[in-house]
Design a protein around this ligand. Structure first.
Ligand SMILES: NC(=O)c1ccc[n+]([C@@H]2O[C@H](COP(=O)([O-])OP(=O)(O)OC[C@H]3O[C@@H](n4cnc5c(N)ncnc54)[C@H](OP(=O)(O)O)[C@@H]3O)[C@@H](O)[C@H]2O)c1
Length: 255
């Protein structure tokens, strides 16, 4: 569905949200495969640790909810690299929340980083990539965006909207020579999920997640979802009528 990315030595990759977890593991593995990698997030020291052994790699710290800061980093990379081949939007925030715990500040925080920031960044990047004549955007969403789930009252809707956004971009941009990837991980053991007080089925490591993402780029898949022993079941649940879906979710989550 997208041209496969297999030869990483020629790729200029910018990963936003790479100071820990999935983004950091992806940056490390792409550097090992010879890609030119720039990493961004707010924590400058953590970013430096990711690129420490790679003279060619760049750390560009900024707050992704600040579009002026994003624009400055974007300009700097285009100037230095002469172009960008792949941008991975991995920055995100999550707080488990039942309906009666909804909090307007938390909702804003998650909407800002999970949805508004990647949408605004895409708006800025797309004209430049179209002018460049090539390039790829990859959005890290979540299986929590497939359908409503307990404890995801604020996080789930942001990820559902991001899935819709990536689908829409794919329809518009693929015929114009740009690639769009949608990455939907299941549970990954990162700082983000460390506070979860429930058993996370099919939990994988950030390194395994990074391997799955790189394999997905290598296949040129639009959607890269993993681990499949978990995501296939969720995709099946997505097809069920509401009555059956709600009953099964209640039964499995006991919530
Ligand atoms: N872990 C899972 O089970 C799982 C499952 C599905 C989807 N995901 C998604 O995977 C992505 C990565 O999450 P993770 O699990 O690897 O968690 P993580 O280790 O907490 O990583 C989140 C990343 O986002 C960055 N970030 C957060 N707010 C930011 C901001 N305002 N500006 C710039 N960067 C910001 C963080 O860096 P700083 O704090 O340094 O800014 C960090 O690098 C997220 O989009 C998450 O929703 C995770």
């Amino acid at each position: 569905m997208n041209p496969p990315i297999r030869d990483w030595s020629a790729q200029r990759v910018w990963i936003i949200g790479a100071s820990s977890g999935i983004g950091a593991a992806l940056a490390t593995q792409l550097l090992q495969r010879g890609a030119h990698v720039a990493v961004s997030a707010r924590r400058a020291e953590a970013l430096q640790a990711v690129v420490a052994d790679h003279v060619d790699a760049r750390a560009l710290p900024f707050d992704f909810t600040d579009q002026t800061a994003f624009a400055a980093a974007c300009d700097e990379l285009f100037r230095n690299w002469g172009g960008i081949d792949l941008v991975v939007f991995c920055a995100g925030a999550y707080a488990p929340m039942r309906a009666w715990q909804l909090d307007a500040n938390d909702i804003d925080r998650m909407l800002d980083i999970n949805l508004r920031a990647p949408m605004a960044a895409a708006a800025r990047l797309i004209p430049r990539l179209l002018k460049q004549g090539s390039g790829a955007l990859a959005f890290v969403s979540s299986v929590a965006g497939f359908r409503g789930l307990p404890k995801a009252a604020a996080y789930g809707p942001t990820k559902a909207a991001l899935i819709n956004f990536a689908e829409t971009l794919y329809l518009d941009l693929a015929p114009r020579g740009l690639s769009v990837f949608l990455i939907n991980p299941g549970f990954v053991a990162t700082p983000m999920t460390a506070a979860n007080d429930f058993e996370m089925p099919a939990l994988i490591s950030p390194q395994q997640a990074a391997e799955e993402i790189i394999a997905g780029f290598g296949r040129g898949s639009f959607e890269i979802h993993f681990p499949r022993r978990f995501t296939h079941w969720l995709k099946l649940l997505r097809l069920l009528p509401y009555g059956l879906y709600f009953a099964l979710v209640r039964r499995f989550t006991r919530l």
